[in-house]
Design a protein around this ligand. Structure first.
Ligand code: PMP
Length: 304
């Protein structure tokens, strides 16, 4: 169960958590077009700080642009509303879920003039893939389901309906005893997880999939930046699942998953079978940054 907080921001007003309700004929519930974000706020010595809030709000508006939906608030209004939602709920660290959806009105695929609604909820959410995952890594399965073609889903958008594809992969992986799935793209190259981007380390070089068929992850960008800072060579290029099998380290990145090592793929142990040294270095710096312990990256923190 989601641990409740007091208030949810809905269409410009705060309502009680239990009153944040919508009609069962809400358009997005039927046809899957809702744009959302996943953001984290971390506790720091200077109070709660949202990590890369500006980039997340920008991505939300870019998602709307791709689908020609007009959000009835400005970026600044949403940005301020997110901070206000954290303040009003008096929470020091949380996951933040803004969602833009097509409301009740007409039915049928074409959304016509239905209202565009926005909600922002916050709640406490620990490690997405389990307590042990960040430290010791997870076991993943290459999915039999292919990530949506780039001309079927516009991968730069973060859209509710895309997660049907992700859920097929995740359900399959979990039912086979794994923690998470890796989806291949329509050409057979590695794309990403059901809710994470993926990185591999081989011979000291860090590689991640190019942006052509994946979500443009904020954590991915963070890792690329901090790896360069640590003097690690970073390449954005396509790779195959067998290159993952023979790599020294593999890890997932995502707001929810943070930096989660992958210790096994399709029954093959990866590297040492635990969190690798490069992954560990990146992880340490990442957690220092989000917790306000790295002056160089303070500009990524938005104090509430
Ligand atoms: N890919 C997918 C499919 C995702 O759902 C997410 C989570 N938003 C990511 C990658 C990672 O993105 P971010 O680092 O911005 O959370």
């Amino acid at each position: 169960m989601i641990p409740k907080t007091e208030k949810i921001w809905m269409d410009g007003k705060f309502v009680n958590w239990d009153d944040a309700k919508i009609h069962v004929l809400t358009h997005s519930l039927h046809y899957g077009l809702a744009l959302f974000e996943g953001i984290r706020c971390y506790e720091t010595e200077e109070g709660p700080a949202v990590f890369r809030l500006k980039e997340h709000v920008e991505r939300l508006f870019k998602s709307a642009h791709i689908f020609t939906l007009k959000i009835p608030f400005t970026e600044t209004e949403i940005y301020d509303a997110i901070k206000e939602t954290i303040r009003i709920n008096k929470i020091n660290s949380c996951y933040i879920r803004p969602i833009v959806f097509i409301g009740y009105g007409s039915m049928g695929v074409y959304p016509k003039n239905n209202p565009i609604q926005v909600a922002i909820a916050v709640w406490s959410w620990g490690a997405y893939l389990g307590k042990d995952a960040i430290k010791n890594g997870i076991r993943v399965k290459t999915s039999s389901f292919i990530r949506n073609h780039v001309n079927s889903s516009m991968s730069r958008g973060k859209v509710a309906g895309y997660y049907v594809n992700g859920q097929l992969a995740k359900i399959e992986a979990v039912s086979c005893g794994f923690d998470e799935a890796i989806l291949l793209d329509t050409e057979g190259y590695v794309s990403e997880g059901s809710g994470e981007n993926i990185f591999m380390v081989r011979k000291g070089i860090l590689k991640t999939t190019p942006l052509t068929s994946i979500l443009e992850g904020v954590t991915r960008d963070t890792v690329i930046n901090i790896a360069k800072d640590l003097g690690i060579e970073v390449r954005e290029e396509r790779f195959t699942r067998d290159e993952l099998y023979i790599s020294d380290e593999v890890f997932f990145t995502g707001t929810a998953a943070e930096i989660t090592p992958i210790r096994e793929i399709d029954g093959r142990v990866i590297g040492s079978g635990s969190c690798g040294s490069v992954t560990g270095k990146i992880q340490n710096l990442f957690f220092d940054i989000v917790k306000g312990k790295s002056p160089k990256y303070k500009h990524w923190l938005d104090f509430v």
